[in-house]
Design a protein around this ligand. Sequence first.
Ligand code: SAM
Ligand code: SF4
Length: 458
Amino acid sequence: MQYQQTEAMKQPLRFGEGKLYWINTFGCQMNEHDSEVMAALIENLGYRPASSLEEADLVIINTCAVRKKPEDKVASMLGKLYALKEKNNDLIIAVGGCMTQQEELAGYIKNRFRQVDLVFGTHALPRLPDLLDQARREKATILDIEEDYAERGGLPARRAAAFHAWLPVIYGCNNFCAYCIVPYVRGRERSRKLEDVVAEASSLADEGYREITLLGQNVNSYGHDLPDKPTFAALLAELNRIDGLSRIRFMTSHPKDLSPALIDTVASGEKICEHFHLPLQSGSNRILEKMNRRYTREQYLDLVREIKKAIPGVSITSDIIVGFPGETGEDFADTLDLLEQVRFDSAFAFIYSPRRGTKAEKLADQTTYEEKENRLQELNKIQQQISLEENERLVGSSLEVLVEGPSKGNPELQTGRTRTNKLVHFPGPAEMTGKMIMVRVTEARTWNLFAETEGELY
Ligand code: SAM
Ligand code: SF4
């Protein structure tokens, strides 16, 4: 089903004419893309981007609920916005995203932060123009956290980069990992039709985008809910045929659903980048079971072996949770052992953060926070050494890089990414942005590589 046009879309409203907006995004790539959709929707109302929060007439906060830290940041930001609203009563403040999809939190924000004009959940995104229209007319805070499973594919997006685009292929999640809030705030899995994804990727290629990243909480389960059940491997193979696209990335892969066909497709598709983000979460079978991850450490290791055998030079990155309820020193040692065996190119590690309404919230937890912090530090130290050693293996090699623009730390250098998603810095003019070049790696660090240019490709 295609998303129904709202009133605001049928008779375009232009109440944003001459006004400026600012969007603050917390969380993952899916949230970043949702903010791109919000930007396009409000630009259709006449709003233009502000160059600072202070000058905006409309502020949207796109929240994240995966851990407590981003939630705390939202509360502190709302506190600061209070002063801005005092100065400018016409300022519209809207709070959306994963935090506000939860009834309790949406109610809390509405009642605690009276300066907020609109509270909307992840499902309300297509209704944003109408909700803003309502918010500017009415004095009371508008709340929309209705669940709505209509196809979101027809919505526009104002993409942040001119050469790289996020492209969602499946929304929601059915996995219910015991620690995770995502299935509660993003709903059940809904795959976009294969032909719609291919059509959007083709038009992105026509507009000059070089690289797309396919997004889903678990891209590997793509298609199971569609009538003809296309697999994710089949979708990738179709996208690989699009002229004009140079690179196709995807994330995230749940290890339990990563098929041999997908490995073969990545190995053979010349545009499909050799990188898997394959969250491990824990190296202990006991904890994996409590987490409801539905694979064992042995299965995970077998999978990594298959991937490395089929795709030489592949990079594998991961997410790990430290201090899940009941994690003993022995369980943690199993995670460290797996880190050494797999040798991830990089891994994001997080201290377990209890989430309202999840299964793990109720589990007894004997480990102190201090002990969890110690474990996190120990794990990061080991992983950083591994990341450095993996990067050092690349010194002297020639790699293809898509240039993203001047380096943040040193504007005389350009920054780009290899096919394996490694960040590389090298000398070159700003005009290189969006181009594909060859570089030779001269120095390796933990988080990035330094290189000299060898020649422009196209
Ligand atoms: N769907 C992806 C997957 O299955 O790996 C990732 C979803 S989540 C946005 C990204 C990462 O956040 C997870 O891989 C996990 O490591 C971490 N995470 C999720 N819930 C968490 C929690 N309650 N506490 C700490 N980390 C959490
Ligand atoms: Fe959360 Fe697990 Fe779904 Fe990832 S697969 S979004 S960790 S429930």
